[in-house]
Design a protein around this ligand. Structure first.
Ligand code: PLP
Length: 467
């Protein structure tokens, strides 16, 4: 810490926070008897709280965002210079950084073509939903309007994205939801019994899990289904990596029934899964829409994007005589220039420092470390992930796969915090399945960082599940 805050300042800040700030995803009763954690500074992989306690951040700003790490002068300087030149003009007009970043991005996304700027992952997803609906009206008299989403996937906190929300517990008490959204089953091999596919494994399982989507399409009527919205790797819903054979079959099904494919890369996008820029690129998927947010600018500025193919774009300009034939949508903060400037520097850093490769190597090390811990900790039921997005599922019994309680998961997170490592966990998301610890350190993580994270988990598991 640079000592900028005196003890008195900090006391006042803590009091102001306790009196007025409503924290996200937080039950505030606890703050009647304790102080909130206030993060005051970050550098590289580390952050410091108001008491000067240092943490190794294994979740990139709690929600998998700060992909290039904290304290990047290169980004900050570029953003500052741009803000002096032009901070804002609505995206009804173009901007210099908006054009430059769009070109850089499309260069990384063969087959995609158009970049629609917006300001949160939820909003980017809603843009895609609105495009699907408008296409349904234009081409199919409004009939082919349904949007399929998957059990355990998450697409945001607004009501329309919650209508496409596969985390049932998270949605409780917020309904009624928007009509025209239909859930398809998850594709998680570890819990394949839930799908009635316990007898299958490997590719056979993957194809069968995808066929469950076809069943839903046939049940709803293919002429009513406009799009399928999926995360390439389910993130908050339990870090679910797709089984072999799943994605090629999903793609076939979409093609067969003329269903547009919307890939939600809000978490996986811009390097998180290693080697490739986007999660979908590992699986040979050809999407119609790709949405992204968190890692696009690593949280240095708010930016989210809905990218489409040229075919989708064409449908919104093919008849200029029709007064409704364009995307009648605007996002005020989609016009901020700080977002694309930060995104340009963020992408440069990833390229210059070889972070896609580092992500793969460090992710593999983390998985190896956790797998090695399975002998010692019977509570680890499954280790899974892609690149530096990794989950470990904790179970009471490896045979029955009975999950540990959410309180025990909370205790592990707390014990890691005491070791100076911030980790994540699924919470109040999927009934009886909030038993997954999540890890998404910045892509700059070193071997020592990875070992420190897995070492803290080792200690925490020993403490919480002591025999
Ligand atoms: C997969 C996914 N999509 C969308 C969102 C929503 O993004 P935002 O919180 O920026 O609205 C999230 C947020 O965690 C997410 O994990």
């Amino acid at each position: 810490m640079d000592g900028k805050y005196t003890a008195n300042d900090i006391t006042e800040i803590v009091e102001a926070d306790k009196a007025h700030v409503w924290h996200h995803l937080y039950q505030h009763k606890a703050l009647e008897t304790a102080d909130p954690r206030i993060i005051v500074e970050g550098k590289g992989m580390r952050v410091w709280d108001q008491n000067g306690k240092e943490y190794l951040d294994a979740v990139s700003g709690a929600v998998w965002t700060v992909n290039v790490g904290y304290g990047r002068e290169q980004i900050v300087d570029a953003v500052a210079a741009q803000l002096m030149k032009l901070n804002y003009f609505a995206a009804v007009a173009g901007s210099v950084p908006g054009a430059v970043f769009a070109e850089m991005l499309i260069d990384k996304m063969p087959g995609m073509s158009r970049v629609y700027y917006t300001n949160s992952g939820s909003e980017a997803n809603e843009k895609a939903f609105k495009m699907v609906r408008q296409i349904a009206h234009k081409k199919y008299g409004g009939k082919k309007h349904k949007i399929l989403y998957r059990d355990r996937d998450y697409h945001g906190g607004t009501l329309a994205t919650m209508s496409a929300g596969g985390q049932i517990e998270r949605n409780l008490q917020y309904g009624p939801f928007a009509p025209g959204f239909v859930m398809v089953p998850h594709c998680m091999e570890y819990r394949k019994d839930e799908l009635g596919l316990g007898h299958l494994s490997g590719r056979e399982f993957g194809v069968a899990a995808a066929n469950l989507i076809e069943e839903v399409i046939l049940h709803e009527g293919p002429d009513t289904v406009g799009a399928l919205c999926l995360e390439p790797v389910t993130a908050g819903g339990g870090v679910i990596t797709p089984p072999e054979g799943y994605w090629p079959r999903v793609q076939e099904i979409c093609k067969k029934y003329d269903v547009l494919l919307h890939i939600d890369e809000v978490v996986c996008g811009v390097g998180r899964t290693g080697d490739e820029w986007f999660g979908y690129q590992h699986y040979g998927i050809k999407p119609d829409f790709v949405t992204m947010a968190k890692g696009v600018a690593s949280g240095y500025a708010a930016i989210a994007i809905c990218v489409t193919t040229e075919e989708v774009f064409e449908m919104f300009k093919d008849d200029a005589t029709d007064p409704l034939n364009y995307f009648r949508d605007i996002s005020t903060f989609g016009g901020c220039t700080a977002g694309p400037v930060a995104a340009i520097e963020n992408m440069r850093i990833i390229e210059e420092e070889g972070l896609l490769e580092n992500c793969t190597a460090m992710g593999a090390r983390m998985v190896t470390n956790f797998e090695a811990m399975m002998n010692k900790h019977g509570v680890i039921g499954d280790v899974r992930g892609k690149g530096l997005f990794i989950g470990i599922e904790l179970v009471r019994d490896r045979e029955t796969k009975e999950p540990v309680s959410e309180a025990e998961i909370g205790a592990v997170v707390g014990a890691c915090g005491a070791e100076g490592v911030i980790i994540g966990a699924s919470n109040r998301s999927v009934p009886e399945r909030n038993n997954v610890l999540c890890f998404a350190p910045a892509l700059i993580a070193t071997e020592a960082d990875i070992d420190e994270i897995t070492g803290a988990v080792d200690t925490a598991l020993s403490k919480v599940f002591a025999p």
